[in-house]
Design a protein around this ligand. Structure first.
Ligand code: ADE
Ligand code: ZN
Length: 335
């Protein structure tokens, strides 16, 4: 049987700020003289009993107050790569939330240098390649997103794409049409969270208005047969995050997660961790637990891993190399 935790894979939906483990949160709080809202690790973990996306976001934005220096972001990034180096990750595309840091008075270079240096060091130490995608916070204004895009332009070469995250309901993709037009004109690839808590219409908008190359989450597409047909025909990848969906009550439990149905419908679904420090598992854990709950076959797991490389923004030569490695790993498991 295939070890899905160790299967070669790419992670395409990962918020680097969502990898802040409680232990590191307290270490950084001390290092930076920041007083955490929750006085102990136990009290903090108790706050991880989320009822919806907003209840998570409140804890997530609160937690990241301890991230103050380039060194903090570098340490955070290296710790993520170290963890997933034992879970088969060969390539990762990391989201980061500039506005959540700029609004606290940090300079763009502070967090970008830290994440970038961490990623370079991880590539040297663990051989994992990566790209960075900056997300706009959709509950802030379009003007704020445009100002963030301007602030990012000096760092253009280090950022492969732009995305859209934070509170979905009430903040449709169309709100950011002009910002995304400009981002594409500047050469950024585009992705967007859509159809996590928001309706299938937001997935249509992400495709038709923001021209996204991938949809993040997208699980609510299954409520709309025409949308499913479109996603399948155009082979639009969906970066699904099963443990996140359970913790944020998008689905009641893993056994009721639509991932298997999505695969049966011919959708290009991938498995990812979203905010692993908050949702109880990294990407290999998401593979393993989802496979067990939905009784995914080895064939289906290999398809999901293959989808992850095919849907990634890596160059074609690297893509072929990773796909070959996946093939060798599955051949070895079958032998
Ligand atoms: N930011 C971090 N995680 C998120 C999620 N699951 N949905 C929307 N915004 C997020
Ligand atoms: Zn996300």
């Amino acid at each position: 049987m295939l070890d899905s935790r160790a299967l070669p894979k790419a992670e395409l939906h990962l918020h680097i700020e969502g990898t802040l483990e409680p232990e590191m949160l307290f270490t950084l709080a001390e290092r930076n003289g920041v007083k955490p809202k929750y006085p102990t690790i136990e009290a903090l973990r108790k706050a991880y009993d989320f009822t919806d996306l907003q209840s998570f976001l409140d804890v997530y934005y609160e937690g990241m107050r301890v991230l103050r220096t380039t060194e903090d972001f570098r340490d955070l990034t290296i710790a993520y790569f170290e963890r997933v180096s034992t879970q088969g990750v060969r390539h990762a595309e990391l989201f980061f939330d500039p506005q959540a840091h700029l609004d606290r008075g940090l300079g763009f270079e502070t967090f970008l240098d830290g994440i970038w240096e961490g990623a370079r060091e991880a590539e040297r130490r663990f051989g994992i390649t990566s790209h960075l995608i900056m997300c706009f916070l959709r509950d802030l204004s379009a003007q704020s997103a445009m100002a963030t895009l301007d602030a990012a332009l000096p760092y253009r070469e280090r950022i492969v794409g732009v995305g859209l995250d934070s509170a979905e309901v009430g903040n449709p993709p169309t709100k950011f049409a002009t910002v995304f037009d400009r981002a594409r004109a500047e050469g950024f690839l585009t992705v967007a969270h859509a159809g996590e808590e928001g309706p299938p219409e937001f997935i249509w908008e992400a495709l038709d208005v923001l021209h996204v190359a991938r949809v993040d989450h997208g699980v609510r597409c299954i409520e709309d047969q025409q949308l499913v047909d479109r996603l399948r025909r155009q082979r639009v990848p969906l970066t699904v995050c099963p443990l996140s969906n359970v913790r944020l009550r998008v689905v009641p439990d893993l056994a009721h997660h639509p991932l298997k149905r999505m695969l049966d419908l011919g959708l290009v679904a991938t498995i990812n961790s979203d905010d692993p420090a908050y949702f109880g598992g990294y990407v290999g854990d998401n593979f393993f637990q989802t496979a067990a709950a939905l009784k995914l076959s080895d064939e289906e797991l290999v398809t999901v891993a293959r989808n992850s490389f095919e849907a990634s923004f890596i160059d074609d030569v690297s893509k072929r190399r990773y796909l070959k490695e996946l093939e060798s790993a599955t051949d070895a498991a079958r032998a």
